[in-house]
Design a protein around this ligand. Structure first.
Ligand code: FMN
Length: 173
């Protein structure tokens, strides 16, 4: 599983937590699921706006990624750890330094497991920068992030700052 950072907003504050338990769960529309422990502040944040982001950090962001997985937004303000930007949803904070950011709308929550809740989000937008693309594809970035997928997927509908309606293959095995 890739290591990600989940971003969400509560009041005027943004919060990020480190998340490894994440997977793609639906083809069309593209959806993902995240297993989040019920003690985490992120749950309150996601429930407030019903949106969240999933950001894929590069290896040089390991220290900050670790930090967000060690301290809780309940007692530590993590809103200044990263420079953020917003996409179409306006309430899902994404991390400028991450090679790949997804903004998601909460579709459903499964709360019957003993310790964790599963948040299912529809991916409404995916953002990257030109420097991570090779011939319009994210292959170089995907390799450096060690992402593993089963087959070609088409889910990218936006580049950061430059919305486009042309889908870009996000993953290629
Ligand atoms: C590498 C790493 C992966 C983690 N993966 C998860 C995960 O998949 N699910 C989860 O509930 N917590 C996970 N955590 C723990 C949370 O990130 C951590 O408890 C965090 O402080 C919660 O922040 P919050 O209270 O601000 O939401 C992980 C931590 C690290 C360091």
């Amino acid at each position: 599983m890739p290591i990600t950072l989940v971003g969400a907003t509560i009041g005027s504050k943004v919060n990020f937590m480190t998340l490894g338990w994440i997977t793609r769960v639906n083809y069309k529309p593209p959806m993902l699921a995240a297993g989040i422990h019920r003690s985490h502040y992120t749950i309150d944040c996601i429930k407030e706006t019903k949106t969240f982001s999933v950001n894929f950090p590069s290896v040089d962001m390991m220290e900050k990624t670790d930090y967000c997985g060690l301290v809780s937004g309940k007692n530590t303000d993590k809103s200044n750890v990263f420079e953020v930007f917003y996409g179409e949803l306006k309430t899902a904070p994404m991390i400028k330094d991450c090679p790949l950011c997804l903004e998601c709308e909460l579709v459903d929550t499964y709360e019957k497991l003993p310790t964790n809740s599963i948040f299912i989000g529809e991916i409404m937008g995916a953002y990257t920068e030109d420097r991570y693309l090779t011939d319009g594809k994210l292959e170089r970035c995907a390799r450096s992030l060690m992402l593993k997928t089963g087959s070609t997927r088409v889910v990218v509908t936006f580049f950061r700052g430059t919305p486009t309606t042309t889908p870009v293959p996000l993953f290629k095995t």
